[in-house]
Design a protein. Structure first.
Lengths: 207, 270
């Protein structure tokens, strides 16, 4: 009797399980894969930062690497938040373009500060839609820093979707930063685009 | 001596209440204009932001930035120039150890026995074997640090963070978290001991050193935020709130699983 119920139950549940399996492709990445992805990306990054090239060479190499390993489009859309519904398609495209540029500037801004950097991967655990890989970054003359990297499988390959430092998410922080610019300017997305443009101008003047 | 102690205590209570009252008065004078309720998404976002006195907060943010630019930052840079990272780490341990009894009390008030026990053990071990707290042998023995304060105790009791406050000198806070300052003031060993000029001087020196040591640890981080954020005020507000949420989570998690399950290592000794 029990066995029959089990068989019937299993037969009924099978299609549901099948649907569930096909509906969750985003979580396909395993902790081991995410960990080795961060390890490999980190080695490349450290290689560039500590390499022999000129500052400009390093900046170009870093930009290429960042575009390969970070899900910049997805992060950009997350950061734009609810204003994605208010922005016109042209504004959205412009935002994505500026966001890519700003991310590159913000990363290259730190090259000098990260001379002699090294890192170790401590472990990985599932978080949200992906895996959070925990690393420790060592910079000479500074206290070691714990940095978490959220990795998801996007377009069939692992990509970084967020960076967590001391319990704070870079995505959430940037989202709040950008939202504040928009709300302070009467809810205009164009104000954000202007502010981003100014920031890029400021950064390239300093280079 | 006893009379002096009581007098000093009364004076301090007066000062704290005075500060609280002036903050409230200043806060009421500069309020943000909420968006109309008909604009649902905007109104919800405004409520969620919970920063009703944003214009006033921004004034203090600018004041603190000026103070920082001309006083704190240059001093912290000079401090970094004449010290090494190990020295700064041990100064951090020392300052943390002095605050440990306040943490024990806060954990007890929060009804978190594991955290309270760990904190008490840390103070006993580090004050003795750790030579007055300069070293942190307690961590090596499995009693790792979990930070807390009275604001987080109130959070454990169920108080919401309340409106955001940017305090002069102290920086990011909130209506709930503000209360950590008066409580912390009375809960350090220096304040509990009878009034004594040498102890007062020690308290000021220790407080100053802790301030500089902490500022030094964040030199690069703060520079980076100011250089890359579009609105540094909003960025610091977001970071503050996220960091408080994560501290609260860590406190609860560590009490449940013990610190070795999820170490709450301080920022300067990770």
């Amino acid at each position: 009797m029990h066995f029959r119920r089990f068989i019937l139950g299993a037969a009924m549940a099978a299609p549901i399980l099948g649907i569930m399996a096909s509906a969750a492709p985003a979580q396909a990445i395993t902790a081991t894969d995410a960990q080795s992805f961060i390890n490999q990306s980190g080695q490349e990054l450290v290689g560039i930062v500590n390499g022999n090239g000129s500052a400009a060479d390093k900046a170009t190499q870093l930009r290429t690497l960042v575009n390969q390993i970070v899900a910049v489009n997805q992060v950009g859309d997350y950061v734009l938040g609810r204003y994605i519904n208010i922005a016109t398609p042209a504004q959205h495209d412009k935002f994505q373009q500026l966001f890519h540029q700003l991310l590159s500037y913000n990363i290259t801004y730190q090259i000098k500060a990260y001379q002699g950097i090294s890192f170790s991967v401590n472990g990985a655990k599932p978080q949200g839609n992906g895996i959070l890989v925990d690393t420790t970054i060592n910079t000479p003359g500074k206290a070691p820093a714990d940095v978490g990297w959220e990795v998801e499988e996007i377009g069939g390959k692992p990509q970084i979707t967020d960076v967590i430092v001391a319990g704070t998410s870079m995505c959430i922080t940037t989202r709040n930063d950008y939202a504040s610019v928009i709300t302070d300017n009467g809810g205009n997305v164009s104000a954000l685009l202007n502010a981003m443009q100014n920031q890029i101008q400021k950064a390239s003047d300093n280079e | 001596m006893r009379v002096n102690h009581v007098k000093g205590f009364k004076r301090r209570v007066g000062q704290v209440l005075g500060l609280g009252a002036s903050l409230l008065a200043i806060g009421l004078s500069g309020c943000a204009t909420p968006p109309p309720k008909s604009d649902t998404a905007d109104y919800q976002a405004y409520q969620q932001l919970n920063d009703p006195i944003e214009p006033t907060n921004r004034v203090f943010f600018r004041v603190n930035n000026t103070l920082d630019k001309y006083a704190m930052k240059p001093v912290a840079k000079g401090y970094v120039a004449i010290t090494t990272q190990p020295i700064r780490t041990h100064v951090g341990y020392f300052a943390d150890n002095i605050n440990e009894p306040a943490r024990t009390v806060n954990f007890m008030l929060s009804g978190l026995p594991t955290d309270a026990g760990t904190s008490l053990m840390r103070f006993l071990i580090n004050s003795t074997i750790g030579i007055g707290g300069i070293f942190d042998p307690a961590s090596a023995l499995g009693y790792k640090e979990t930070d807390t304060d009275f604001g987080l105790t109130l959070a454990v009791w169920g108080f919401q963070s309340g409106p955001y406050l940017y305090l002069p000198v102290f920086g990011p806070s909130g209506l709930r978290d503000f209360w950590q300052y008066p409580v912390q003031w009375f809960a350090t060993p220096m304040e509990l001991a009878p009034e004594n000029a040498a102890l007062d001087d020690f308290g000021y020196a220790e407080g100053g050193l802790r301030l500089i040591n902490t500022r030094a640890a964040y030199l690069d981080t703060i520079d980076q935020i100011n250089a890359t954020a579009l609105d540094p005020y909003a960025t610091f507000r977001s970071l503050y709130r996220q960091s408080r949420d994560s501290q609260l989570q860590l406190i609860k998690q560590n009490d449940l699983h013990g610190v070795n399950g999820a170490p709450g290592t301080p920022y300067y000794a990770q």
